[in-house]
Structures are given as structure tokens and as C-alpha cells.
Design a protein around this ligand. Sequence first.
Ligand code: 4AD
Ligand code: MG
Length: 431
Amino acid sequence: MWVYVEDLKDYIGQEVELRGWVWNIRSSGKIHFLQFRDGTGFVQVVVERSDVGEEVFEVASKLRIESSVIIRGKIVEDRRSPYGVEVHAKGIVPVQIPEEPYPISKKDHGIDFLMSYRHLWLRSRRQFHILKVRDAMLTAIRQFYRQRNFVLIDTPIFTGAIGESAGNLFELDYFDYGKVYLTQTGQLYLEAACMAFGKVYNLGPTFRAEKSKTRRHLIEFWMHEAEVAYYEHEDNLRLQEELVSYIVKYVLDNALEHLIALGRDVSKLEKVCVPFERITYDEAIKLLQKNGSDIRWGDDFGGDEETIIASNFEKPVFVTHYPRKAKAFYMQPDPHKPEVVLCGDLLAPEGYGEIIGGSQRIHDYNLLLDRLNEFNLPEDKYQWYLDLRKWGSVPHSGFGLGIERTVAWICGLEHIRESIPFARTLYRIYP
Ligand code: 4AD
Ligand code: MG
């Protein structure tokens, strides 16, 4: 019977079949220790000459790192293993034995080398744990919205309307239509959908031709966005803090072994619960100046500023009410202070920077038209978006959470490139 490593503890004392790969081998004349993985976990397989006989022992002697094998063996309790078991081999059938040595050896490889072998590097234990956390996080997001009866709206990748800013677009020719862009955000389409379904969300890839080479930027990254009709600024922040706390708790409850394997200090994550503190942009400026920054009112924050601000808080913190000139065209002005907008960026602790950007949206037709002109955006491409303000317009709000930045924060990664299976960065599109 074929059993996965993750289920082996239910088969103690039984003989089962395992299908997977050998990622490391240690041998003596009488015994081989095969480090085995099957995509669900890792386990040690012991092949003893006196136990398996000459023929099977010789087959095991021919295995090399990353041989694919089918192993028959008895499951034995072993407290030292994270899965609580070890396998005593009875039979081994190689599926493929590599002819060349595996390129990723145990010695330290440079990051460029590893990224060039990303298709193989994915098999490593570290990458396994990171991407299992990512998987848990995405499950958490879907579950959070299912519990709240939000409707999943899949927004398009090709778009004629610039969603965020004109600065970092990928342009393509779209048949007779002319120029279109790879989407920077699905927000404008979610705004249309929330007027049809009330509360909606999406989850998908977005694209930014960012010329910045930082630990936090990808060219292609995944975003989760939500949009709710009749939500105002404060409702929006509350939904975000509830979502982020839910995600962190879900990962702690369902993927703790992976965080521990990554060496993450989980006590820091255990503090992440509602409510998160809110500070205004004005307060953030004062905080930065107090910390020696020469930032001036009106400037947008970069990674350094975000790190300084966040270092004053143990939990994620909202920075709200940015100057409208520093933000996107669609944000609703604060009625008490029209030079700032009803927006909020959520900054993760420990220097991970902005994980969410969101705002209340302009719902007045004329004001939106003014803003499109102010930002030099072509009115004809936004006719449909303006229509939403003509028929049954209501206040509405939403936000977008960067999946990879959130994975990097939860896992405690130094660089965003490990938080996605195949990273697209400024200088890399291979593999
Ligand atoms: O703050 P941003 O640009 O917001 C929007 O796109 C809004 N339209 C979302 C909305 O309101 N529906 O991007 C949202 C988040 C950021 O907070 C950040 O976490 C992530 O997306 N992000 C990036 N992640 C990786 N690489 C990049 N180049 C990123 N740019 C933004
Ligand atoms: Mg932003």
C-alpha cells in the first residue's frame, strides 16, 4: 500500500510502500541511511545488509543523490524524527538513477547559483517549509472570506485602464485596440463587482515594471484584494486587521512545524491580534524626524522610513491619511482635511515594510473626473469606471495585500525572492 510520509505515524509496525526521492545518503559496509522525501515530508530509511539481503543492499549501493525510488519498508517509531518514525527497508526499486552528480551539494552556494537552479532548489528542506507556509497562508485567506460570505471575483490580467500609477507599466499591443497593460491591481474591477455583489475579493498575479532592486520588490507578485460597498475608511481598517490576525493565527495553528524548522521566533507572531495601532501620516512624519530622518511633509515613505516607523511597534501598524499628492488618483479626500486622503498602509513589524495598501474610494462622479484629469489619465479608458459613479454610487473601500511580502514577514525571510516558487526580479526570468 502506497503511503505518504506525512501519514506514516498511523502505520507504525506495518509494512508500506513509499514513492519519492533520496536527497542524501550515508553508508558503511553494513548499513545505508537514505534521507528520503516524497513532497509531503522527510524521513530516514535504514537499509541493513543483514535485514534486506545481498541483492537489495547492492541496489541501494547504486543510488545517488536525487535518485527517484519506490521503497517497501516497515514503519518503526523513532522519537528523534519530526514525523516520529523511521523506515526499515525491505525492498528498493529505483525509478531513475541520475548519471551526473546533483548540482546543489551541501556546500554553501551563492544566491545567484541557487536562483539559476530554482527548479531543483525547490526540493530543499528550507524551500519546502517556506512554500508550505505560503500554501497555508493562501488557504487562510480563502477560508476567511468564505466564512464571511465574500464572493470571489477573478479580475483580468490585461487592462486598458491604468489601475495604480503610470510609472511602472508593462505595455502590450492588443490587436486593433492598441496599447494595453498587464494589470498592476484588480481594484477597479473589484469596485465594479462590489456594486453587484456587496463584498468581494480576488487573488492573483499582478505586474509592476519596478526598476528598484530591493529585498521587497518583485516584478510579478501575487496580490489579494478586497472591496466592500458601503464600507468607509474605519470599516476598511477593521477588515484588514481581522484578516491579518486570522492569517497569522491560522499559520501558527496549521503550519507551526514549518515556522519552527525555519528558525522563526514565533513569540513575535503570537502577539499579532486585533486591534492594530493607527497613526496618521502627520504623526509618522514627526516620529521619523524624531528618529533623525530629514523627511518632509508631502514625501512618500520608502523602505527605510517604513522600517523606522514599524520598529516602534510590536504588531503591524496602520499609517493613515497620506497627502493626496503622494497616493493614487482614486482615493477619497478626508472631508475635514482635503489635502489628505482616507487611506491606510499597513506596515509589518521587524522591518518587512508595507504589506497592505488600501483606501476609501472616490464615489462622486465629478471629483473622480477631476482627479483623472489631474493625473493625466485618458478619460475614454475609464468610461466604465466613471459609470459606476453614475448609477447607484455609494461610498466603498478596499485594499490589497502583497502575498510575498506577507510570506517573507511570517517566515522571517531576508529577501522576498524565496517567498514565491519562481521569482521574477529585475535581472532574472530564468528558470
Ligand atoms: O499599495 P499597492 O500598490 O496598492 C494597490 O495596488 C491597490 N490598488 C490595492 C487596493 O486597494 N485594492 O499594492 C498593494 C500591496 C503592497 O502593500 C505590497 O504589499 C504589495 O502589494 N506590493 C508588492 N509586492 C512585491 N513586489 C512589488 N513590486 C510590490 N508592489 C506592491
Ligand atoms: Mg502602496
